[in-house]
Design a protein around this ligand. Structure first.
Ligand SMILES: [Zn+2]
Length: 433
């Protein structure tokens, strides 16, 4: 029966691709029509199923893990195309699974956990962060976390948690033999992202007291009334530099030199490292894998132009993500340009007022020559920039191909391109031309 499902999935994927689609979700959808429990069947022979989630960075973390395991020659499956909901996950098991494959690394959308866990239970679950995101779809963050807790309860899952995020550590009580990771207080000074999530104790509702804040709600905290607090960590970043690529040391070990920019990627690298260590991979193999990973999915992707300029492309779809993307240039000393692309299609959330919650003042300290605003809401972006008083030449061009052509006409060594969700594919295609 497994062979039947796998063949059907491959046929469906081929048909889907011929129709010009990505072919990541349709096979899962078709298999579910044949048998609602198909995922349970497909996953039954696996020894280790790892889920990776978090509002920001789950794709990067999952891809870092996948790239490292691949470069180490391991046999595993991984939904590296970012198909992180039920149908995409079914497709991954059906298309990549072989009779001797025992390990699955599955990136999972926070809002799909309940639906997927109806059919499979992970052995390990990496949870990196929870930020305000796509509120239209998920409702309040507390509801989301409570729902995830209900799914984890009593299932003996080993949780691998970011101890620096109180939203994440509140899930501790639902796991078994939990492992924690975090960043030491003195290891790295994050840019001030200026966002404050509500910081209240999940047990008693009293205010959390912070001894140290890395950014947003991430840091060292304890409850002012009960015993809820930052957990002691097994894997700790003890030193990190970002210029603009990350070099970091974990538990005072040898420096890992990476090709990833953006300091919040320190957490993604650390989460990947922690999981890979728990899977038993050697330090050398981990170091090689993490050090050679280059994104191709518009998350901190480095693209070179014919004139020698380098653009760092990074998707941002909420204030925390956009703040982080804008902060990348803090580590670049040369003059730079920006391309900001904002659409308001259904998948973006039609309400784009979150750009007003973003800390554009970060730009005031940067050496910027030109900012090109594009996408359906380019004008609102330009208005937001005008409001913050940024000192740069601001150009508005709603059509993405023309906006990218404009960016390519400049000669500065570095540019940062930040599209939102539905603007990503077109922006990436034009940049890579
Ligand atoms: Zn408390």
């Amino acid at each position: 029966m497994l062979a039947f499902y796998r063949n059907l999935a491959k046929l469906t994927r081929t048909a889907s691709k011929l129709a010009g689609k990505k072919g990541t979700d349709l096979p899962g959808k078709v298999l579910r029509k044949v048998n609602d429990n198909v995922l349970t069947k497909l996953a039954s022979d696996f020894d280790e199923i790892v889920f990776v989630t978090g509002t920001n960075g789950k794709t990067t973390t999952s891809n870092l893990i996948g790239h490292t395991l691949r470069s180490a020659g391991e046999n595993f499956i991984n939904n590296f195309e970012g198909a992180n909901m039920l149908d995409g996950i079914i497709s991954t098991f059906a298309i990549q699974g072989r009779n001797n494959t025992k390990l699955a690394i599955i990136e999972i959308d926070e809002g799909s956990i309940k639906r997927v866990m109806k059919y499979i239970t992970p052995t390990k679950f990496v949870i990196n962060n929870f930020f305000r995101d796509q509120i239209d779809r998920f409702g309040e963050i507390d509801t989301l976390i409570a729902t995830i807790g209900e799914q984890l309860e009593g299932k003996q899952i080993q949780l691998i948690l970011n101890s620096d995020d109180p939203f994440v550590t509140r899930l501790s009580k639902y796991g078994e033999d939990n492992i924690y990771f975090g960043i030491a207080k003195e290891a790295y000074q994050f840019s001030d992202f200026g966002i404050s999530e509500s910081k209240f104790c999940p047990n008693c509702g009293m205010e959390l007291i912070y001894d140290h804040v890395h950014y947003s709600q991430l840091g060292f905290y304890h409850c002012s009334k009960c015993d809820f607090e930052h957990q002691s960590v097994k894997y700790e970043v003890t030193k990190a530099t970002v210029e603009p690529f990350i070099n970091m040391s974990i538990n005072n070990g040898e420096v890992i030199e990476t090709k990833l920019a953006g300091d919040y990627n320190i957490y993604n690298l650390l989460a990947a490292y922690s999981l890979l260590k728990e899977l038993g991979l050697s330090e050398d193999k981990i170091k090689k894998g993490l050090g050679t990973y280059t994104p191709t999915n518009g998350r901190m992707q480095s693209i070179s132009f014919a004139n020698g300029s380098t653009v760092l492309l990074n998707l941002a779809k909420n204030p925390a993500g956009l703040n982080a993307s804008l902060a990348i240039a803090n580590s670049i000393k040369e003059e730079i340009n920006y391309l900001l692309v904002l659409n308001d299609n259904g998948a973006d959330g039609i309400d784009i007022s979150w750009i007003w919650d973003t800390d554009f003042d970060i730009l005031l300290g940067q050496n910027i020559n030109n900012i090109v605003c594009s996408g359906k809401r380019a004008k609102e972006l330009a208005l937001r920039l005008k409001y913050c008083g940024v000192n740069a030449n601001v150009v508005v061009n709603e059509a993405i191909p023309e906006a990218v052509a404009k960016l390519k006409s400049y000669n500065e060594k570095y540019a940062i391109a930040i599209p939102n969700y539905t603007a990503l594919v077109e922006t990436q295609r034009e940049l890579e031309k």
